[in-house]
Design a protein around this ligand. Structure first.
Ligand SMILES: [Zn+2]
Ligand SMILES: [Zn+2]
Length: 326
């Protein structure tokens, strides 16, 4: 602590000494408060923690497996191995970088000074005991209101909302690309161990546990087959999720708005991309660390309604009811 280094004997009066001790107390309290806030910010429940752990271990395991075992075995030309290693590393870093940004970007209303008077199109959140802007919904798991809330992502342990949607979408993109990229090498690698492409090797991929238990697969080939299956199935599931959210981005809808056919914020696909990914949307694919300013601050949004248009019933309903959808 800075104050411990200050020798009190150099200060002439008791008044100054008490003042320093009081300041020290304030600094310590502030430090404790910040530590508590940091702990609360990263507090995650068991299912979120398990999902995140599974994702992190799977991504790291598949990357190491591909780079250290599969690639040198499949490709004998050293310069081609280097090229694939660089591409694979870029995909790996993009996956983890975007996932980290999804987790660390605060898209809640916690740090926003919300008005005490209920504005038109706003609603009151009884859990937060505060007024919430349009498109904001409360999340029971995060225990706060999320700006332009899409859904709660268990793998990140965070809600996907206005400010971290771009990272989430790019994370899905690179995760699906990475899974398919790994699966492409696995095809050559695993099928060699399983005796080429045949009905036997296909069934081995579907139920590797059964073949391992009955002794048809060694432990090493079983682990290889398991990682190969994991990459292929994950790739298909994640790509499906990516397409779903990319379509929502093109129509500027959240999951709730898509389910309730709310198309109020659809400004045409070009502007919708900017609304969701920011003005430098093309840079989001290169690195999660490039800034891309969003047109909306989360408190108000551009709509396709003119001032004389009557709001659709579903839209009005959205603003008056506190929705609990996890
Ligand atoms: Zn709330
Ligand atoms: Zn949440």
């Amino acid at each position: 602590m800075q104050y411990n280094k200050c020798p009190l004997k150099y200060f002439p009066s008791k008044h100054v000494k008490y003042k320093i001790l009081a300041n020290k107390n304030i600094v310590e309290k502030r430090f404790l408060h910040q530590s508590t806030m940091l702990f609360r910010r990263f507090r995650i429940n068991f299912s979120d923690g398990f999902s995140f752990g599974f994702l992190a271990v799977s991504v790291v395991s598949v990357f190491i497996f591909e780079i250290l075992i599969v690639l040198p075995e499949v490709e004998k030309r050293q310069n081609v191995v280097y090229i694939h290693s660089i591409i694979g590393s870029f995909i790996f870093i993009s996956i983890l970088g975007n996932l980290a940004k999804v987790i660390l970007t605060d898209t809640s209303t916690k740090r926003i000074m919300l008005p005490s008077l209920l504005k038109p199109l706003w609603h009151f959140c009884s859990m937060c005991e505060a007024n919430a802007p349009p498109r904001t919904h409360h999340c029971d798991r995060c225990n706060c209101c999320i700006l332009k809330r899409d859904h709660h992502c268990a793998f990140a342990g965070r809600c996907i909302g206005l400010k971290n949607f771009r990272f989430f979408l790019v994370f899905l993109f690179y995760l699906s690309i990475g899974c398919f990229y790994a699966s492409m090498f696995n095809m050559y690698f695993i099928w060699d161990y399983l005796g080429g492409f045949s009905l036997y090797s296909v069934v081995c991929h579907i139920v590797p546990f059964v073949f391992f238990i009955f002794g048809y697969l060694s432990f090493r080939v079983f682990i290889y087959t398991l990682l190969s299956v994991l990459a292929l199935i994950s790739g298909l599931l994640v790509f499906n999720l990516f397409i779903l959210h990319a379509r929502q981005m093109l129509s500027n809808q959240t999951t709730f708005e898509r389910n309730n056919s709310i198309k109020t914020y659809d400004l045409g696909w070009k502007r919708n991309i900017v609304e969701c990914l920011g003005e430098k949307w093309y840079m989001t694919l290169i690195s999660p660390f490039f800034d891309s300013v969003l047109p909306s601050d989360g408190l108000s949004f551009s709509t396709n309604l003119n001032s004389n248009t009557v709001l659709p019933e579903s839209y009005a309903l959205n603003q008056n009811v506190r929705h609990r959808h996890v």
